[in-house]
Design a protein around this ligand. Structure first.
Ligand code: IMP
Ligand code: MG
Length: 194
C-alpha cells in the first residue's frame, strides 16, 4: 500500500523538499479505480452529484470521476478554518458555495484527507440542512489519529500515519499540489520557515 523508502523520489523541481513517497502514483490510481467501480455499482440507477472540497480534493476528484462510467454532475465548495493555520479550530466558514440545488439529490462528498474531522463535520451539517436524498463521503486519505472526531466517512482510500503529507492535491504553503503521489515533506522545509 505504501511506497518506497527515504530519499528524493525524482530530480524534478516540483519534488524539491520531498522526503519520501508514502503512496506512489500507481498505487493511488489502483485505489481510485476500486472506489470508482464501487460507486458505479452503488449509483447505477442515479445521476449523483459529486461535491469536491476545494482545493485539496481536485486531483482525487478529477481522476475518480473519469474512472467512473455512470452519468454524474459535479460541483465544488470551498471552506476555510478561522484561527490558527496549523491546527483545525472547528470554526469554519464557506468561502465558495455550491452552484447547484442539492434537494433530493444523491450526494457524494469527495475529500482529500480527514485529519481532525472538524471540517468535514461542518460541511456535512451544512449539506444535511439542504435536504439531499442521501450523502456518502469518500476520502482519499484518513490519518490514524486517536483524538479525531467520529465523523461520517463511508469510503477511505488509504489510511496513513499522523504525519503532515503533501502531493496529489495536498499542499504545504500552497505548493506541491501537482505531485502525482502522496509524500512526506522533509522537516527542513518547514523548519526554515519558522
Ligand atoms: P480537519 O478539519 O482537521 O479534518 O482538516 C481537514 C483539512 O485540512 C483537509 O481537507 C486538508 O485540506 C487539510 N489537511 C489536513 N491534514 C493535512 C496534511 O497532512 N497535509 C495537507 N493538508 C492537510
Ligand atoms: Mg480539504
Amino acid at each position: 500500500m505504501t511506497g518506497e523508502g527515504a530519499g528524493m523520489p525524482t530530480g524534478e523541481l516540483r519534488a524539491k523538499g520531498v522526503d519520501r513517497v508514502l503512496i506512489d502514483a500507481e498505487t493511488l490510481q489502483a485505489g481510485i479505480r476500486e472506489i470508482a467501480a464501487e460507486l458505479d455499482a452503488e449509483y447505477a440507477n442515479d445521476t449523483p452529484l459529486m461535491i469536491g472540497v476545494l482545493t485539496g480534493a481536485v486531483a482525487f476528484m478529477a481522476d475518480l470521476m473519469q474512472a467512473m462510467t455512470i452519468p454524474l454532475t459535479i460541483d465544488f465548495m470551498a471552506i476555510s478554518s478561522y484561527g490558527s493555520s496549523t491546527k483545525s479550530s472547528g470554526v469554519v466558514r464557506i468561502l465558495k458555495d455550491l452552484d447547484q440545488d442539492v434537494e433530493g439529490r444523491r450526494i457524494i462528498v469527495v475529500e482529500d484527507i480527514v485529519d481532525s474531522g472538524l471540517t468535514l463535520q461542518y460541511l456535512l451539517d451544512q449539506l444535511e440542512l439542504r435536504g439531499p436524498k442521501d450523502i456518502r463521503v469518500v476520502a482519499l486519505l484518513k490519518k490514524d489519529k486517536p483524538d479525531a472526531i467520529p465523523v461520517q466517512v463511508d469510503r477511505i482510500g488509504f489510511h496513513i500515519p499522523d504525519e503532515f503529507v503533501i502531493g496529489f492535491g495536498l499542499d504545504y504553503a500552497g505548493i506541491y499540489r501537482n505531485l502525482p503521489y502522496v509524500a512526506v515533506l522533509h522537516p527542513s522545509v518547514y523548519q526554515t520557515e519558522e
